[in-house]
Ligand binder design. Structure first.
Ligand SMILES: Nc1nc2c(ncn2[C@@H]2O[C@H](COP(=O)(O)OP(=O)(O)OP(=O)(O)O)[C@@H](O)[C@H]2O)c(=O)[nH]1
Ligand SMILES: [Mg+2]
Length: 337
């Protein structure tokens, strides 16, 4: 379930050709062989990073090629080596050889670095073939091709942000607004029966994963409604976004709804209750009674939690909420190598 998968091509650099040349200089009769060796092709490495959480970037950029070695030249000049490249993959990525199906690597720690395509050796120039009995060699080798492989990368998605709230609060609508996930949305409680994951993309190609889980009601930890079993899907998130429907349509008090969900989280686990949380007043487009919204806002301020007013239907406050989520869960970007 929830597996991100991409196929990529890695191509190491070809080696440069060895050169065929003889010294030809004034006053140096019968100059010897002087063809230099070709340079080595660059390697392709995969490196595990914490700065990416998904394989999304590879969809835009599926081919990774290292530099080729330069050819050798006369006067015994060796060609320059090709440039090696390092390709970042998220920690947790499994690497398979597409041709054989073999698992090549399992990245578990940031900074792990693995050679996946070796650069070709440079060919030897004719100077290398000279011996005392073979003084004018014309042998010289072509460079060897760099390795080329098709790889399949697989990453089990772990949610960075969990959406919680009452049934019908607008959680699925929000995830469909900020990601490509298209969960079922309907105007009745318990529409969502299984968690949905969505990958949220930012314009700088960074991304994070949001989980939309079934709504909670009072007594969820006792199995009421769909129960609290789905909370384990958000146990390892770094941030919770708590949606509270502030429209009158609920017929309930938003402050009471908020507290009910908080109690259910706390009964499930102290860790979950202690997670950083953003509270979002949902369905602001149809909220008529501003005193209700204000009462909740003051309640949230007293708890020291971040407060947003949103409407997924009208697109209000959604971008701001999205970027605030990103700030909480993304390690700051590193300059590209
Ligand atoms: N007017 C208005 N309606 C909204 C908004 N967001 C969601 N809705 C509606 O509210 C209803 C419930 O939305 P869902 O996204 O399915 O709610 P949910 O929190 O996922 O509900 P469960 O899956 O049952 O827990 C749907 O009819 C949505 O169209 C909003 O911002 N404004
Ligand atoms: Mg839902």
């Amino acid at each position: 379930m929830f597996i991100d998968e991409v196929r990529i091509l890695v191509k190491a650099g070809d080696g440069g050709n060895g050169c065929l040349a003889f010294r030809r200089e004034k006053y140096v009769p019968r100059g010897g062989p002087s063809g230099g060796d070709g340079g080595r092709g660059g390697d392709v490495f995969l490196v595990a990073t914490e700065h990416q959480n998904t394989l999304l970037a590879f969809r835009y950029n599926p081919e990774h090629k290292a530099g080729r070695g330069r050819h050798g030249e006369g006067s015994n000049k060796t060609g320059a080596d090709g440039r090696s490249i390092e390709v970042d993959v998220p920690v947790g990525t499994l690497v398979y050889d597409e041709a054989t199906g073999e698992r090549l690597y399992d990245f578990t720690h940031p900074g792990e670095r693995v050679l996946v395509a070796r650069g070709g050796r440079g060919g030897r120039g004719n100077a290398r073939f000279a011996t005392s009995t073979h003084q004018a060699p014309t042998e010289h080798e072509p460079g060897r091709p760099g390795e080329e492989k098709r790889l399949r990368l697989e990453l089990k998605l772990l949610a960075d942000v969990g959406l919680v709230g009452f049934p019908n609060a607008g959680k699925s609508t929000l995830i469909s607004r900020i990601s490509a996930a298209r969960p079922k949305i309907a105007d009745y409680p318990f529409t969502t029966l299984e968690p949905n994951l969505g990958v949220v993309e930012l314009p700088d190609y960074r991304s994070f994963v949001v989980a939309d889980i079934p709504g909670l009601i009072e007594g969820a930890h006792l199995g009421h409604g769909l129960g609290a079993q789905f909370l384990r899907h958000i146990e390892r998130t770094r941030l919770l976004v708590h949606l509270v429907d502030v429209s009158e349509a609920t017929g309930r008090d938003p402050v009471r709804d908020f507290e009910t969900v908080m109690e259910e989280l706390a009964s499930f686990s102290a860790d979950l209750a202690a997670k950083p949380m953003i509270v979002a007043a949902s369905k602001m487009d149809i909220a008529q009674n501003h005193e209700r919204v204000e009462a909740l806002r003051r309640h949230i301020a007293a708890r020291g939690l971040l407060w947003f007013e949103i409407s997924s239907a009208a697109g209000l406050g959604i971008d701001k909420l999205k970027y605030t989520m990103a700030e909480h869960v993304l390690v700051p970007a590193v300059p590209q190598r």
